[in-house]
Design a protein around this ligand. Structure first.
Ligand SMILES: NC(=O)c1ccc[n+]([C@@H]2O[C@H](COP(=O)([O-])OP(=O)(O)OC[C@H]3O[C@@H](n4cnc5c(N)ncnc54)[C@H](O)[C@@H]3O)[C@@H](O)[C@H]2O)c1
Length: 103
């Protein structure tokens, strides 16, 4: 999970828990270390916190990266997650820079 803000804590985590027999949350990423710490304490002892996506991708092998950061970060974080070999799901529509077409 990348970003541990309102929508992730209030919406994504309950949804993941509803599928707890099939989904294992292993890591959370947030640049706000206080928020990250609080999130990990709530999420459980098996969730490791990282302050950057790159650090998480260097240490973990997630099957799926859920992106819940502000939209300006979605493009680069999606590319990084896919480049690391995992899948990526964005919370919002991917904002595209001029000259980049939806593929
Ligand atoms: N809140 C809603 O009702 C709602 C509805 C639809 C879509 N969204 C979308 O969900 C996303 C998050 O919304 P929110 O309300 O949870 O925002 P939020 O500000 O509560 O949470 C965003 C989190 O991302 C973290 N963050 C920022 N930059 C980061 C980075 N580079 N790497 C890692 N973490 C980073 C912030 O520290 C913060 O904890 C946004 O894309 C928003 O557009 C939110």
């Amino acid at each position: 999970m990348v970003g541990t803000g309102a929508i992730v804590a209030g919406s994504h985590i309950p949804a993941l828990r509803a599928h707890g027999d099939r989904v294992e949350l292993i890591a959370a990423v947030d640049v706000d270390t206080d928020r990250l710490k609080a999130f990990c304490e709530t999420a459980g002892p098996d969730v490791t916190g990282y302050s950057t996506l790159d650090a998480m991708l260097a240490a973990e092998r997630p099957d799926l990266v859920l992106i819940g950061t502000p939209p300006a970060f979605h493009r680069d974080q999606t590319v990084a997650a896919l480049g690391a070999g995992g899948g990526a799901v964005r919370k919002a529509a991917l904002p595209l820079a001029p000259g980049i077409r939806r593929g």
